[in-house]
Design a protein around this ligand. Structure first.
Ligand code: FMN
Length: 194
């Protein structure tokens, strides 16, 4: 089982990344599981131009660092999207990545191709926010759900953490990090592993 983890924060070793590392450690407890991290902020990604070029071919006309990511996402068994909350939504890095999957929306809804559609293939969202706002995750959840649907993945379990702001704040939340390890085990299909 291969998991692709998309890091959407510009902050290295920040709060959302700490959460992702704990989930990854849970996944890696499963024999044979593999994990690959992609840090979006290190890549050159153009925003979707809304040109409609993907409508017929299901392929994006832009060539940039996104190009190899389409194949990586197609090949993974589980996709984990990791982001801080910025202005009640996902980071710009994540949103740019997501919008480019209009090419996969076109593959599913315009070309009618159900790619690797099965209940095992899932998308997970990990997000951190500074505040305790009631609706703080609503926008991120809707966007992530729409992405996973376009990718023909099940909308899986998510981990949404309020009240962490300064770098290092997440590392002090040991109970939540333990939950993240358990989530990783569940993703890898071995919840009973110690
Ligand atoms: C540009 C920007 C916008 C932010 N907007 C929000 C917000 O709307 N609500 C909130 O609770 N936190 C907001 N935050 C705080 C981050 O979500 C929070 O610090 C998060 O834990 C950072 O995760 P990271 O360390 O992985 O980047 C914002 C931070 C930045 C830099």
């Amino acid at each position: 089982m291969h998991t692709l983890i998309i890091l959407g924060s510009p902050r290295k070793n920040g709060n959302s990344e700490s959460l992702a590392q704990s989930v990854a450690s849970g996944i890696m407890q499963h024999p044979g599981a593999t994990v690959e991290f992609i840090r979006l902020n290190d890549l050159r990604l153009s925003p979707c131009q809304g040109c409609g070029g993907c409508n017929k071919s299901s392929t994006c006309v832009i060539t940039d660092d996104m190009t190899p990511l389409y194949q990586k996402v197609d090949d993974c068994d589980h996709l984990i999207l990791v982001s801080p909350i910025y202005f009640y939504g996902l980071s710009a890095q994540c949103k740019t990545f997501i919008d480019r999957f209009q090419a996969r929306w076109a593959r599913k809804y315009l070309s009618g191709i159900r790619f690797r559609h099965d209940e095992q293939r899932q998308g997970t969202l990990l997000v951190t926010a500074a505040t305790e706002g009631k609706k703080i995750f609503d926008g991120a959840l809707l966007t992530a759900h729409t992405l996973f649907d376009a990718l023909d993945m099940k909308n899986g379990e998510h981990l949404l953490v309020r009240g962490v702001d300064q770098r290092g704040a997440m590392q002090k939340q040991t109970r939540i990090l333990e939950q993240a390890v358990v989530l990783g085990r569940q993703i890898a299909g071995s919840p009973g592993l110690e």
